[in-house]
Design a protein around this ligand. Structure first.
Ligand code: SAM
Length: 288
């Protein structure tokens, strides 16, 4: 660790197994003037395990703006601060964005101290393609919003990575079956690095059945990884968009039909409108 002052360290901590703390994280946490932690009681347990007595302050979603100002003032006084979350890498579906952005903007050094992250940990052992992936964090909690949200990424060809808690796993994976299709391959990575670490893989419909019949699989924390869309999915999706559009055009204006077809199928409204126009012109010129 350098002996600079006024540095903000963004420190990753384990996602379960405490052996995953790095030597560097341990050293930084022991040497900083203050640790800004999402949940001080949770982090205190980690620090006690590590034999570290550094000062702790809570820094979470509800006091982020106020605490960010305080941390910036401490940095300005030349103090070194570590930011940690309850598990894994801060800012990744965790608080800290405001602070890191403001610290950089005001010219402070921000130093990452890398370590565990549930998404990368799950991906690395999932067997799904890792060359391109899209991390999406937590899906919305209500099914209607979640389905709309999933529809927006249903044609994405990269591996999709989601965070979810075990008790919402069934409803979320069931919505994935509806939006991505029953046969899309997926992996559920649960309780990573912990005693009951489990990887389940199969088609989305087989996974939802497995979850329903084995309530133990609904316990704890979960990363859901879904294979990206293939070209054949795209062809099938476009055919479905055209089928829906053809029905709606019979009863609605082109604009209404395109808008509604986009909502039903998740397709792009502009593309559907163009398609509707072409169909209308073809019809007027005597085509089918
Ligand atoms: N910042 C963390 C990271 O770097 O992975 C993520 C924090 S987010 C609030 C918590 C979510 O991460 C959980 O709901 C779960 O989806 C995932 N997660 C965290 N620890 C996990 C573990 N040990 N096994 C599986 N998923 C985990």
């Amino acid at each position: 660790m350098s002996y600079e002052s006024g540095v903000l360290y963004v420190v990753a901590t384990p996602i379960g197994n405490l052996e995953d703390i790095t030597d560097r994280a341990r050293r930084v946490l022991a040497q900083v003037d203050l640790i800004a932690a999402e949940d001080t009681r949770h982090t205190r347990r980690l620090l006690t395990h590590l034999g570290i007595t550094s000062k702790l302050r809570s820094y979470h979603d509800h006091n982020e703006a106020q605490m960010a100002e305080r941390v910036l003032a401490s940095l300005a006084r030349g103090e070194n601060i570590a930011l940690v979350s309850d598990a894994g890498t801060p800012l990744i579906s965790d608080p800290g964005f405001l602070l890191v952005g403001a610290a950089r903007q005001r010219g402070f050094r921000v130093v990452p101290v890398p370590g565990a992250n549930a998404a990368i940990c799950a991906l690395s052992a999932s067997g799904l393609p890792c060359d391109r992936f899209l991390f999406l964090g937590f899906p919305p909690r209500t099914s209607a919003k979640r389905r709309d949200w999933l529809t927006q990424v249903s044609m994405e060809s990269a591996t999709l990575i989601f965070y979810e808690s075990g008790n919402r796993a069934v409803s979320t994976v069931a919505d994935m079956v509806s939006i991505f299709g029953a046969s899309r391959h997926a992996v559920l990575a649960r309780e990573l690095t912990k005693r009951f670490e489990t990887f389940l893989d199969g088609t989305l419909d087989s996974l939802v059945e497995r979850l329903r019949h084995d309530p133990e699989q609904q316990l704890g924390e979960l990363v859901i990884l879904v294979e990206g869309s293939r070209r054949s999915d795209l062809v099938a999706r476009e055919a479905e968009e055209e089928r829906v559009l053809a029905i709606l055009i019979e009863a609605l204006t082109l604009k209404q039909a395109a808008t509604l077809a986009a909502r039903i199928t998740g397709g792009k409204r502009n593309r559907l409108y163009e398609l509707a126009l072409r169909r209308r012109k073809k019809g007027e010129s005597g085509g089918d």
